[in-house]
Ligand binder design. Structure first.
Ligand SMILES: [Zn+2]
Length: 231
């Protein structure tokens, strides 16, 4: 039984997820019902998009609440088929408060080639701290896909899912969405560079400096701004 305070958090999470879904359609990060979003409510449950529903017709009550074993607690619809992926990331990474899984085109292109997105552009390395690595292939919706994704995430906020798409986590839904946008942008730049002789990668020492500055300072400023936008 959820207590009243959790009900308010769930309502807010459902609203954020519906708004984020519309934003992702607008940015062409997802098409139709593919991809999924979730927000951790507390250590025992999360709100997640339903399976097989288009983002442009989602209502707040369509967002499902599941416990951390994947059992439905609230909502009439079936939770996303990628619920095991979301739950595995929350279990492995306690700082993860929200997860965005997309099939955005350029990130998916890299995933289809099984090619990590290298450390080729500053905003990517600020957020990720290096390349976006590729999880070993597994069928969608399986525990194996979830386990492979967790392995590829290591200490990073994003990973490519081989022949499938991308998964990102953040300290808020806004932060996870921003990471998905930056990963997609970096993947597009990488694909362009590959047609023109290849990118020159950033030096390891500079990546560490930029990632550290981002974690210590810049991300906090963005979070304040992001909460105003989505919260
Ligand atoms: Zn997917």
């Amino acid at each position: 039984m959820l207590i009243l305070q959790d009900d308010r958090i769930i309502d807010a999470a459902r609203q954020q997820i519906v708004a984020a879904g519309l934003k992702m359609i607008e940015q062409k990060m997802i098409a139709g019902s593919w991809g999924n979003l979730s927000i951790k409510i507390n250590t025992s449950c999360c709100a997640i998009t339903p399976s097989g529903r288009s983002y442009d017709s989602l209502n707040t009550e369509d967002i499902v609440v599941v416990d951390m074993q994947g059992n439905k607690i609230e909502g009439a619809l079936i939770p996303s088929s990628e619920t095991p992926l979301h739950l595995a990331v929350y279990e492995a990474i306690p700082e993860a408060q929200a997860i965005v899984h997309t099939h955005s085109i350029y990130a998916s292109a890299c995933a289809a080639m099984h090619k990590p997105i290298p450390a080729l552009i500053e905003d990517l390395v600020q957020i990720i701290g290096g390349s976006v690595d590729v999880a070993e292939y597994a069928l969608p919706g399986t525990e194996a896909l979830a386990a492979n994704a967790v392995k590829a995430l290591q200490n990073k906020k994003a990973a490519l899912l081989a022949n499938h798409g991308v998964v990102c986590w953040g300290s808020s839904l806004n932060s996870a969405l921003m990471t998905a946008e930056i990963v997609e942008k970096a993947a597009q730049i990488y694909c362009i560079c590959e047609t023109m002789g290849g990118a020159k990668l950033l030096p390891e020492a500079d990546i560490a400096v930029m990632h550290d500055f981002y974690k210590q300072h810049y991300s906090k400023r963005q979070t304040e701004k992001g909460d105003e936008v989505l919260g």
